[in-house]
Design a protein around this ligand. Sequence first.
Ligand code: NAD
Ligand code: UDP
Length: 325
Amino acid sequence: MNKENRQKRVLITGGAGFLGSHLCDRYIKEGYEVICMDNLSTGNADNIAHLFGNENFEFINHDVTNFIHVGGELDLILHFASPASPIDYLEMPIQTLKVGSLGTHKALGLAKEKNARFLLASTSEVYGDPLTHPQSEDYWGNVNPIGDRGVYDEAKRFAEAMAMAYHRYHGVETRIVRIFNTYGSRMRIHDGRALPTFMRQALNGNPLTVYGDGSQTRSFMYVDDLVEGVWRLSQSNFIEPVNIGNPDEITILDFAKEIIELTGSESEITFEELPKDDPQVRQPDINRAKEELDWEPRYDRKEGIKKTLEYFEEKVNKMNINKPI
Ligand code: NAD
Ligand code: UDP
């Protein structure tokens, strides 16, 4: 059967994680057959449990730093496998470097073999602790290669370089999305990132742990906006990296206060040491995504947080986390 007539097939590495599982849902909805590949190191089968039994879904438990075999044809590879939360990649520094380098190499090799399009999940961390603000795609970044966070930042920078080399040298159709802080259902409540941590603390009535004086900024995006951006990029012809993020910037201290307000909590705020190399500011310039993909975020932060609240309430209740932090 020729490519046009058969059902499209996508491989989603890291598909049992937070973002990957939402992407599995979206591509199934778009009529794709989805192969989800994950070693469950920071992901969870619960995130994809609702898809087991779906004839368009298959799960393969595999570490993508090893040779990847997928039978049959493939049209698209979404390469999302990688620890993403700072506490995860600080606990797994070598795994993080390996999945960004060896894992990306294997996934690109598969794309070349199958003549499939390849989309890399890159990150705003490639800009490091940025010296320009907001960050547009032509900024080269300010990364400490030997710092604690370097294992993640440099792995992603290597992955981008590898993707572009496969594009230029082998003609693989590559896409690169630079994702800015994203939140939503299926995040682990103990993954250490700001939103799940603050939600868990607020819902338990425990103090919210703001690092440093909380003056550092981030720009948080609701997961449905990210999924739409990835979908559009995967269908576009645009090769250069594209920022996908919500430009609505907020200090971490104000973010903590907002979560206290939206959860109706009486929690206080405590201040803890700022992790090393923690970026002072972060805000996406999304002009490229607007022009090339006709994309911009649809959910404002409060709306997105409210949509996420029910999930965290359920998680906190279920796990009965009542211990003080
Ligand atoms: P996550 O930890 O929930 O998901 C990552 C998934 O990759 C997990 O299911 C994990 O088990 C899997 N994985 C890790 N190493 C693997 C390996 N060697 N082989 C197979 N599977 C492996 O994190 P997430 O937030 O869903 O992030 C997904 C991707 O998006 C990552 O590549 C991350 O760098 C990128 N990203 C996320 C954000 C964000 O705000 N969530 C921001 C920027 C970039
Ligand atoms: N942060 C915080 N308290 C926490 C967790 C995170 O103050 O309990 C801060 C963290 O230092 C950073 C910001 O919140 O400045 C966002 O952290 P996150 O881990 O969510 O993402 P990243 O640092 O990768 O942007």
